[in-house]
Design a protein around this ligand. Sequence first.
Ligand code: ASP
Length: 426
Amino acid sequence: MKLQLHWQILIAMVLGVAVGVVFQVIYDGEPSGWLFALIASLGTIFINLLRMVIVPLIVSSIVSGVASVGDGKSIGRLGLKTFSYYFVSSLLAILIGIFVTNLIKPGVGANIPVGESFDPSTVVTPRSPGQILIDMIPLNPIEAMSSGHMLGIIFFSIFLGFAITRTAERNRETLRQFFDALFDAMMKITNVVISVAPFGVFGLIVATVASAGVSLFITLSLYIGTILTGFLIHLLIVLPLLFYVTTRINPIYHFRAMSAAMVTAFSTCSSNATLPVTMSDVENKAGVSNTISSFVLPMGATVNMNGTALYECAGVIFISQVLGMQLDFSQQFLIVLTALLSAVGAAGIPAAGVVVIFIVTQAIGFTDAQVGLIIGTMLAVDRPIDMFRTTINIFSDSVGAVIVAKSEGETNFYPGMRRAEEPQAA
Ligand code: ASP
């Protein structure tokens, strides 16, 4: 029997860690040589393949999904449910962030090395919340697609899908069939890319482990531990509870269904790059219709980032602890609000969360110069945190897809679970 894909990927990860450690020891954190370059390029090829399919996949999926919802009222209802879920799950994540950092206090007395080279002026100034909304409207949809401007692409695709439902019968059918067919083909490409995931994941993990400097991780272990504790509470307790309470389905099934997407997120650190895999898992293994998944997931990859929201909040409280500053209630409230918005504003790409943390620090009045070095140090150990952040980000999107699907009356979940109980055909 052929080993299931998620086992193949897990084995690739374990091998990746082992090989990565060997490179780390041999090259002392600065790996080079043809063998390393070859292995690392496996990861790059994998990410590039995923990125190749993202734009046509989300355009075709959203257009065909929205066009099949039908009337404007249903689209409005779906939108309301989707955004309510984003809001509730992100808020819960943020509250956990506040809770764990206030409890463990990783920043109090932390010995942050200040020698890290970090120039705050090189950080792109984050966009303001209002600007994020305005930026959603692409001046040129084709340009938005060619530059991978996600929110613009999503905005235009929803609009186009909606417009299709309003066209004459003949045109409506032609366009629906066209986008359905295109989506079908994009999913086929996705499946091929997913099947080579073990090689890609191996390359990515080797590269990550090989270049990790260990000593800084030890210095910052309390900080890393605090954030990971928050992540685990959200991933293993809060989201499964939310899932169970709203769907009455055992969350274990959902974890199992999402395994390929979760390990892809973990190794790529990018919600966007993981999106094709998330969609494939949610539709093929969790049994959610394309209509719902194409509504909740692409937008979720950019907008709904529970891991990032938790991190923004915990990170800023950590910074104020390092600076020896007590935050009062109104400041903590401001952190909640801006952490929410900055997570919305963060792109689904590696390290985006560290960049937008400036939105939150500025909101409570820190100058970039005061916090720059601390954030630089946080950036130096960010990769493993980003791995978990991204995994939680996409897991939450997938939970939202099932919750919304269930509330819309869909019942055909986890086809694999039922099929497994039937006698296996050869
Ligand atoms: N890497 C994360 C993501 O793609 C964003 C972040 O850095 O928080 O979901």
